[in-house]
Design a protein around this ligand. Structure first.
Ligand SMILES: Cc1cc2nc3c(=O)[nH]c(=O)nc-3n(C[C@H](O)[C@H](O)[C@H](O)COP(=O)(O)O)c2cc1C
Length: 168
């Protein structure tokens, strides 16, 4: 089984950290969680499969820890790695930039064809998101602020989906 690295940026013990830990639980022993505030390029290089998550911050930005980490990520050789993205946001407070942090990570990634795990926008209510491409989110969108009741099922279904798409 390939090794899985889950990299997240968000508040300490916030919603993004919680989602990262749930994804790790579902993958089991082969998965490790890293907070991007302390992660390095060599951490990225260890894994065949990367799960990258950020809270949306500012107006439509990645979490500030990601702003510092993204260059290290991109310096690593990602050409043979499968990648899945998740984004946290609040569609009621920020309906014009919903989960945009995930959209920014996607935009900055080379090898976009290596990204698995896009999801339907059905069930969310927002005006605009840079994380939406061709009518779908580029990864998993979680709104733990206004739709917490869906969080667990959304994560479970998505992990099942990315396992299948990445043959893990
Ligand atoms: C200052 C601030 C700016 C935010 N900007 C956005 C935004 O542009 N889009 C969005 O969907 N959510 C936005 N959010 C909501 C957060 O992304 C959401 O609450 C998330 O769950 C926080 O994750 P964390 O607890 O891991 O930090 C913002 C929240 C704050 C406090």
């Amino acid at each position: 089984m390939s090794e899985i690295g889950i990299f997240f940026g968000g508040k300490d013990n916030g919603s993004t950290a919680k989602v990262a830990r749930k994804i790790q639980e579902l993958f089991g022993a082969g998965a490790t969680v890293h907070n991007v505030s302390t992660a390095a390029k060599h951490d990225v290089e260890k894994y065949d499969f990367l799960v990258l998550g950020t809270a949306a911050w500012g107006i439509g930005e990645m979490h500030s820890d990601w702003e510092r980490f993204i260059d290290k990520l991109i310096e690593a050789d990602l050409s043979k790695k499968k990648i899945a993205l998740f984004g946290l946001g609040d569609q009621k407070m920020y309906p014009e930039s919903f989960v945009d942090g995930m959209g920014t990570i996607f935009c900055r990634l080379p090898y976009k064809e290596n990204v698995v795990g896009n999801t339907s926008t059905r069930g969310y209510n927002f005006y605009y998101s840079t994380a939406e491409k061709d009518g779908k989110f580029v990864g998993l969108a979680i709104d733990d602020d206004t739709q917490a009741e869906f969080t667990d099922k959304r994560i479970k279904d998505w992990v099942k989906q990315i396992r299948k798409e990445a043959s893990i």
